[in-house]
Write a protein that binds this ligand. Structure first.
Ligand code: NDP
Length: 330
């Protein structure tokens, strides 16, 4: 085990967060009970904000960025984990208040770890990453609410060609829901059709200012975009429909009215993956292991060397990443 390794660290530079590759020693890592040798991490939208400094994700500095990691336990003071265990961490404040996955080694708390599901390799599990696991939380929430039915009315997925969107399309289609994908990139239609989307709606159509109640169309929805897109989606839900609000790739705003909620019993279900309890995480990973076709997963992500991180961060914020990105730290 090398005592110094490369990490991507956010530091304070003249009052602003600024990230760079830096050597870090094992002795500098936080004093948590499990040391993981990180094989892969990912680039999620939130990572893009942290790495470019365009969003204040880190709440203390210096901070090793990266909200996801997958790797192998190399030391453990916890009875729950042993050397050689293959593990995944998503969220739990990584890159915000806790050092994250953009480092060859990281020390983490035992309760943050999930055992690698048998269905996936370390690379595949980062192909899913927080974005994919959040998509699974969204589908779980819609089913728990009971608004959607296999073979029933359409389910809308916005930001469909992105990370959350791609996995949501695949998971919903696999359970037999009629999935309509909203994307601003028509060149991704074949890819999304391959994942199971059967209908398409242009991103621009959901960005127009519309009346607070529109023609009823969607029984359910997964929305990683927010803003006017979510407001229009709400205005187009059928009576009793439900949509998950899980992202702000378009905007954090919600410039709408309560009319869909009080006149059509439409439910807006909030999804936070970061502090999701272990039982919800386990259910989401079970769904991914059961419903995410390996061929679909393979089509969804590409693997890049760790050194590509700054460029990938810019690309994800510009909406130029299709599906998911895996970072190889080995
Ligand atoms: P991606 O960048 O991979 O996907 C976002 C997609 O949104 C883009 O691919 C694009 O889809 C669409 N989009 C981007 N900009 C706009 C815009 N201005 N207007 C309308 N659509 C737009 O990001 P992720 O999938 O990783 O994350 C998506 C969102 O979900 C982020 O806001 C992220 O922070 C959030 N998130 C939240 C989590 C939670 O716990 N709640 C966990 C994980 C992510 P297309 O090209 O198809 O139009």
């Amino acid at each position: 085990m090398s005592s110094a390794f490369t990490a991507f660290v956010i530091e304070d530079q003249g009052g602003k967060p600024k990230g760079a590759f830096k050597p870090v020693a094992l002795s500098e890592l936080p004093d948590h009970d499990v040391l993981v040798e990180v094989a892969y991490s990912t680039v999620n939208y939130k990572d893009g904000l942290a790495v470019t400094g365009k969003g204040r994700i880190a709440r203390k500095l210096p901070m090793v960025a990266g909200i996801d990691l997958a790797g192998t336990v190399v030391e453990s003071r916890s009875p729950d984990w042993r050397t050689g265990d293959r593990v995944v961490v998503n969220g739990w404040g990584l890159s915000e208040t806790q050092w994250g996955g953009y480092a060859r080694f990281q020390r983490v708390r035992p309760e943050w770890l999930v055992r690698l599901p048998d269905a996936f390799s370390l690379e595949q599990v980062m192909g899913i990453g927080t974005a994919g696991y959040t998509a699974a939380l969204c589908v779980d929430a819609l089913e728990r609410w009971g608004a959607i039915e296999p073979g029933g009315k359409e389910v809308l997925v916005t930001g469909a060609a992105g990370g959350v969107g791609s996995v949501a399309v695949a998971l919903l289609a696999k359970r037999g829901y009629a999935v309509t994908a909203s994307t601003g990139r028509p060149e991704t239609h074949d890819y999304l059709r391959g994942l199971g989307a059967t209908g398409f709606i242009d991103r621009a159509a959901l960005l127009e200012n519309g009346p607070p109640l529109q023609k009823e169309r969607w029984a359910g929805g997964v929305d990683p975009v927010g803003g006017q897109t979510l407001v229009n989606a709400l205005a187009q839900m059928v009576w009793g429909g439900a949509i998950t609000a899980c992202g702000l790739a378009g905007s954090p705003g919600l410039p709408g009215t309560v009319l869909p909620h009080i006149l059509r019993s439409v439910a807006l279900l909030g999804i936070d993956s970061v502090m999701a309890p272990a039982s919800r995480r386990a259910a989401a990973w079970d769904r991914l292991a059961r419903d995410l076709d390996p061929a679909h997963l393979a089509a969804m992500y590409e693997v890049h060397p760790f050194g590509d991180l700054p460029e990938l961060a810019e690309r994800i914020l510009a909406g130029r990443i299709r599906g998911r990105v895996v970072l190889d730290l080995s």
